[in-house]
Design a binder for this molecule. Sequence first.
Ligand code: 5GP
Ligand code: SF4
Ligand code: MG
Length: 466
Amino acid sequence: CGVFGVIGTAEAASFVALGLHALQHRGQEAGGIVTHAPGIGFNSDRRFGYIRDNFTSQDVIRNLPGPLAIGHVRYSTAGSKGNTQIRDVQPFFGEFSMGGAAIAHNGNITNAEELRRELIERGSIFQSSSDSECIIHLMARSLQKDIPERMKDALRRVEGAFSVVAMTRTKLIGVRDPLGVRPLVLGRLGEGWVLSSETCALDIIGAEFIREIEPGEMVVISEAEGVKSHFPFTRVPGRFCIFEHVYFSRPDSILGGRSVYETRRQIGVELARETPIEADLVCPVPDSGTPAAVGFAAESGIPFALGITRNQYMGRTFIEPTEQIRNMGVRLKLNVNRALVRGKRIILVDDSVVRGTTSRKIKEMILDAGAAEVHFRIASPPTAWPCFYGVDTPDRDKLLAARMSEDEMCDYLGVDSLKFISLDGLYRAVGEAEGRDPAAPRYCDACFSGEYPVKPVDMINRGFEL
Ligand code: 5GP
Ligand code: SF4
Ligand code: MG
């Protein structure tokens, strides 16, 4: 998901709508905005579909007045996958003795089912099936006297990944979980302040990137006092999601002080070093494989070419929630440039192989078009474990790499060769010269390594085996 918030500027909702539009790649199912205006109070609007189709008309924005606003773009992971109801769409709102508050959450709470059971037993009335709603109920039960303190109480009981943007009548609040698994950044917009999942959404509104919120940090921002920083959790070394670098974030964002595009290009360079092969052309699987293919071509000296064209009007395949839609998606979305690939040995560079559906269809299309050989090069290690921290990977038995060795996957996909970047190579590409330190890895890489930095309690209760 994507989260965004603004304080201290007229028509904050317009800026939030633009910010969410720039974060649309993080969630396309639904979006919502909550605002507050002195003398008017809170207003909210939550809708299915794209931001551009829902939150650009003046009729909608006029009903979201005020200098303080937060918003959310949703893609469902745990909970109600493929079956989102409008009541699951964030931001969520709670009314407390000291006033109202709204929250928008990116990530996934790994003990949400446990918390929900406990909260329901003690009288909480849940409105949605979302894991994020726990935070509101935990805040309601806190005895603290102000909302930021209640949020701290609530988030100390929550496990897993959370980047939260919240608001009261006068404050904008941002928090990252102790490991900082999901991103969150701070920006300056004139006299106002901005919180955003990614820097690309600061650029769209002309805000200045100030810094990342640190793992375990809470910032409380008011017009009167500016930014106040708190550290409510026991401090531990961060474990940012390495897959944000590979795929999830936009290439024009800055993560950990590094351009995402540059990191992906470097992944391609490492991949070419680790898995060289003779061929005529390096072609990206657009758009997610493009920066790595640029790096692969540069390092290998094999010409880069656009052998596959993407229809820009389709969403990301994997965000389509059901298998049937996903299967159709590939052909609707990608097409081969026949004249270019005929008779050629093609290296196809993609970011990841998950179920293998994309790779299989693409290989068919490329061979249909008359390519002489097809070699897959993948910009991440084999995805052998599901993510429980906010990226929608399927159950373990649907992951190709959980069932097959690399050679078996190569046979199954029917390609001439299939190679993945090593985990060390990936760490080098994100700036760790020594590769991955097995004693203290700097990132979350559980979907590749099976080492989960936060125990996925709910999933273990449901029978998931580590
Ligand atoms: P597959 O067809 O192998 O299931 O999906 C691979 C494609 O889905 C890749 O081209 C990639 O761009 C996209 N994808 C990237 N990350 C993820 C993820 O975390 N989960 C899923 N399901 N698909 C992803
Ligand atoms: Fe990111 Fe993978 Fe960790 Fe999920 S399991 S947070 S996708 S690195
Ligand atoms: Mg892709």
